[in-house]
Design a protein around this ligand. Structure first.
Ligand code: DP6
Length: 346
């Protein structure tokens, strides 16, 4: 017998960034973070998990059609946690098939090019964890699953919810209180839109995992960021989302992105994720807001040069129209854009 379950998980883009680990093994962060989950329609991972006593080769993982390494510590941590929970169910009910002892086969597919340089580990580990949890019929809430997905990739814990999601850093050494919670459903603010400017499809130079370790070890500015900047941003951001206050949402989003990239520049040796096209996108957003006489767009950048622009549906013409005419006109490196509407994931 082959047992099987499938699920999808969407990409999320942080507006208050996770950057820094206090425990690299458990992926425990130095600060809380907050993100917006994108619609499944364009950016998601589809994962099928199956298990069978007849699988000959032990655990296997296929990513976008290519056999991939399952022996990595992060994947192993997720498998171990999920198997332990299944084993507990089997111990309590001996009539259940012993899935926890069978080899796992994971087949995972992104519906966007990995080469687009967009964060795929968040959707990837969220889908992997939920697919196996479904396969094992675990009675786990999304927040409980977020504890496991976090060990795959920190940002993955936020992709188990749609809408607006906070990852509470927690304080316990075992990580049992470092989990994701939903701050608001996508339907709370249905006008929210995100435009992704793919500035470069190249793979990022310094991975986020190693970049944040270098920042924690060497940046003085980082200490200020986690002690005062992020707590202030988290509070203001949650309030702005609850009140659907776009001007504040936008200002905190841009300030937090700037603060994060400033700590990267303050890392020794410095880390630069943004390039000239990224900076042109920042200037374009400022120009759009100036011309509108109010804040209609916000930029944010992760550990790479691509921009994500948040705006409201009613301002699509001024935001998207101006971005195309300013950036599309003659800037090298402008490759393509993906317009994403934000909907509640299925
Ligand atoms: C800049 O979640 O990729 O996108 O936990 O080491 O896998 P690991 O890091 P990862 O870091 C994401 C960093 C970020 C900000 C964010 O998503 O909050």
């Amino acid at each position: 017998t082959v047992y099987r379950a499938s699920t999808t998980a969407p990409v999320n883009i942080a507006v208050v960034k996770y950057w820094g680990k206090r425990d690299a093994k458990l992926n425990l962060p130095t600060n809380s973070s907050l993100s917006v989950t994108l619609a499944q329609s364009d950016l998601r991972t589809l994962t099928t998990a199956s298990c069978s006593a007849t699988y000959p080769e032990g655990d296997t993982l296929i990513l976008n059609g290519e056999p991939s390494d399952v022996s990595g510590a992060r994947t192993q941590a997720c498998f171990r946690e999920l198997r332990a929970r299944r084993a507990a169910l089997e111990a309590a009910d001996p009539s259940l098939p012993k899935l926890s002892t069978m080899p796992l086969r994971i087949v995972s597919e992104n519906n966007f090019p990995t080469a687009a340089g967009l964060a795929s580990s968040a959707a990837g580990f969220a889908a992997l964890v939920r697919a196996i949890a479904n396969l094992y019929e675990l009675p786990a809430s999304p927040s409980e699953l977020s504890l496991i997905a976090r060990q795959g990739s920190g940002s993955a814990c936020r992709s188990l919810f749609g809408g607006y999601v906070a990852w509470r850093m927690g304080e316990k050494a075992d990580g049992s209180d470092s989990l994701a919670v939903q701050v608001a459903e996508a339907s709370h603010w249905p006008e929210m839109r995100a435009l992704i400017l793919v500035v470069s499809a190249a793979k990022k130079g310094v991975s986020s995992t190693s970049g944040m370790q270098q920042t924690v070890a060497t940046s003085g500015l980082f200490k200020e960021r986690i002690a005062t900047v992020v707590p202030k941003h988290m509070e203001a951001m949650e309030k702005a989302i609850k009140e659907r206050d776009f001007a504040t949402f936008a200002e905190i989003t841009m300030r937090d992105s700037n603060s994060f990239h400033a700590t990267c520049a303050d890392t020794y040796p410095p880390i630069f994720y943004m390039n000239d096209v990224s900076r042109a996108a920042i200037r374009a957003v400022e120009q759009i807001n100036d011309a509108a006489g109010r804040t209609v767009a916000a930029y944010t950048f992760d550990a790479g040069p691509n921009a994500v622009i948040y705006y409201l549906e009613q301002d699509t013409d001024i935001v998207v129209g101006t971005l195309y005419s300013v950036l599309g006109a003659g800037i090298d490196g402008w490759k393509q854009s993906i317009v994403e509407s934000l909907k509640q994931p299925a």
